[in-house]
Design a protein around this ligand. Structure first.
Ligand code: UDX
Length: 434
């Protein structure tokens, strides 16, 4: 497994859990040292235990020795970073290309080389050419095997996937990929064998389609507010149509994270490159971008149009619960904009505070949600951590100076508000006044 980032570590640990012997390679000696000492540099529920069990049982190893790892392997996964390039939505392929060339130099005997990182359409074929040019003598086959892991439930997603997509054009490679995933095919996970380009495109299409659903439901939620309809009941009814299905129909303050924003932009860029525009996704992105300011306006209007000098408590900074990841989190746009308008922000997040402190200025941090709420004029919920669902609203009312709640994840049931002094604003539902 070349690259011990998020995808490499989760995939490496899970493959070792299947009983395979896995070498996780990383250029960064500090990271390797950390992993060898049993520390896991990312926050992912269950990952630390999985790494420690499989390391102890002698199936999972960490090193910077790419050559040694490649020589010992039947299958080499490239799981290095593919950062989005600023501006044009294209992906920076430098790390992938470097890894491919290093692997090429180490090849001895038949190997399967797999792209696991999310890469542009055409990459597997391009890398095949690159490696073939560097090592005309080598015996290898390329495979594209995109991952569909969600942060916060990546282990479960790996162990119980909806599907495994494998772009493969060589029989020996297909057989080795079947062996690698055999424990999952015994659990009936569909193994979809296809060509390189389809496998690569499906990854972008999967994320872009889900992002499109979210932008759709967010617009519908606004329309519910305008018409007096209820988004919860509308989503529920929509989801009962088996052609639509119930997932990814929750309104929110905009999607974030390391994948949706990057992959939607990349799909639009691919469309432009091939002269086959992805207008639906272009619009999806625009709706999502504009939504953050819309949420700021919603908070301001809940506070009577003016937030200057007001104390606003924000609960939840990470882009979704069960992660410390704040990449593209709506909080990073919404909080500075409220500050710009003169609001004083106190914030809490169960996991993302350390990361958020690097990005956000002049925020007062609390280590407990109730401490954060004390003296607030307005409570804004930005991430649906379970800790917030369980808040004692009576205690919250006792702590707040003014009783305005703007719940941008609909974590509270309207009935919970009965008899309490709150003006409660949520998404796609009628405002509750005391
Ligand atoms: C996503 C994909 O789900 C995963 O398959 C892929 O491999 C990587 O990208 P992730 O970024 O971890 O995973 O988060 P996910 O749980 O999919 O949520 C993405 C964003 O959409 C979050 O900001 C979340 O809050 C938002 N979301 C999700 C909604 O606003 N409403 C929903 O109904 C679902």
């Amino acid at each position: 497994m070349i690259g011990s980032g998020y995808v490499g570590l989760v995939s490496g640990a899970c493959f070792s859990e299947f009983g395979h012997s896995v070498d996780c390679v990383d250029h960064d000696p500090e990271k390797v040292k950390l992993l060898r000492s049993g520390e896991v540099p990312i926050y992912e529920p269950g990952l630390s235990d999985l790494i420690s069990t499989n390391s102890t049982e002698g199936r999972l190893f960490f090193s910077s020795d790419l050559v040694g790892a490649v020589r010992a392997a039947d299958v080499v996964f490239i799981a290095v970073g593919t950062p989005g390039r600023r501006g044009d939505g294209a992906v920076d392929m430098q790390y992938v290309d470097d890894a491919a060339l290093e692997i090429a130099a180490a090849l001895d005997g038949f190997k399967v080389i797999v792209t696991k990182s999310t890469v542009p359409v055409g990459t597997a074929r391009r890398l095949e050419g690159l490696i073939r040019k560097a090592r005309p003598d080598a015996d290898f086959a390329m495979v594209s095997n995109p991952e569909f892991l969600r942060e916060g439930s990546a282990i479960e997603d790996f162990m119980r996937p909806d599907k495994i997509v494998v772009g493969v054009e060589d029989e020996r490679a297909e057989e080795l990929m079947r062996q690698a995933y055999r424990p999952l095919s015994l659990r009936d996970a569909p193994l979809i064998m296809t060509d390189f380009e389809t496998a690569e495109l499906v990854k972008y299409a999967n994320n872009a389609f889900l992002a499109m659903r979210i932008s759709f439901i967010n617009e519908l939620s606004d329309l519910c507010e305008a018409t007096g309809a209820n988004i919860g009941e509308a989503s529920n009814a929509l989801g009962k149509d088996r052609r639509i299905g119930p997932y990814f129909l929750h309104p929110g303050p905009s999607y974030g994270g390391s994948c949706f924003p990057k992959d939607t932009k990349a799909l639009v860029a691919i469309g432009e490159q091939y002269g086959s525009p992805m207008q639906s996704i272009d619009t999806t992105i625009r709706i999502n971008d504009e939504r953050k300011m819309r949420m700021v306006e919603k908070i301001c209007s809940a506070m009577g149009g003016e937030v200057s000098g007001k104390r606003i408590t924000v609960l939840g900074i990470s882009f979704k619960p069960n992660t410390d990841d704040i990449r593209e989190a709506p909080a990073l746009t919404i909080i500075p904009e409220l500050q710009e308008r003169g609001a004083l922000i106190t914030a809490h997040d169960p996991a993302a505070r350390e990361n958020a402190e690097q990005e956000l200025q002049d925020v007062e941090w609390a280590s407990d949600p109730l401490d954060a709420i004390e003296g607030a004029d307005c409570l804004v919920i930005l991430t649906e951590w379970n800790a917030y669902r369980g808040l004692d609203l009576k205690a919250v009312a006792g702590l707040m100076q003014n009783h305005v709640i703007v719940d941008l994840r609909n974590v509270f049931d309207i009935r919970q508000l009965a008899g309490l002094p709150f003006a409660y604003h949520s998404l796609g539902r009628k405002t509750v006044n005391p």
